[in-house]
Design a binder for this molecule. Structure first.
Ligand SMILES: [Zn+2]
Length: 153
């Protein structure tokens, strides 16, 4: 696990009543948690945006992350976050993976969707944009089990 991931996960505390993952690191004046990257003060990320990147995939510039479930700015539970707006829909991501699996060239796929060939590779290898439960299970099987039971009808 990368140092930044460890630093992030060490600073989250699950709150059993709300399901929020409370951020125990530093905060910006705006009320959002801050994660310092590589120990460098000038390299900072909003903790909830980092959570999104870690569990849900990449974070394009056109993506706005909102606390949809809890409205708690200190919460970094990826299940409580929703994106506002993104370049690729889930359907397009599935199409890209299918084309990559079928052997289409990455440069051709990239050109069709206006993304980079590197990003096509990351999507195809499921390094980004993996379903939430799958991603959470990698880090916290108990949390994944709780989420699965919450989502069941
Ligand atoms: Zn929350």
């Amino acid at each position: 696990m990368k140092a930044t991931e460890e630093a992030f996960l060490e600073r989250c505390i699950p709150e059993p009543n709300t399901g929020c993952w409370l951020w125990m690191g530093g905060f910006a004046r705006s009320g959002y948690g801050i994660l310092v990257l590589d120990g460098a003060k000038h390299r900072q990320l909003r903790a909830h945006r980092y959570s999104w990147m870690l569990f849900r995939g990449d974070l394009p510039d056109d993506l706005v992350i909102r606390h949809y479930v809890c409205a708690n700015k200190a919460c970094v539970n990826p299940a409580h976050l929703r994106h506002h707006f993104t370049k690729l829909t889930d359907i397009q991501v599935a199409e890209i993976r299918a084309r990559a699996a079928a052997g289409d060239r990455r440069v051709d796929i990239a050109a069709s969707y206006g993304i980079t060939p590197d990003y096509v590779r990351e999507l195809a290898r499921r390094l980004v944009r993996v379903p939430l439960l799958e991603a959470v299970a990698l880090y916290d099987p108990d949390a994944a089990a709780r989420l699965a039971s919450e989502e069941a009808p």
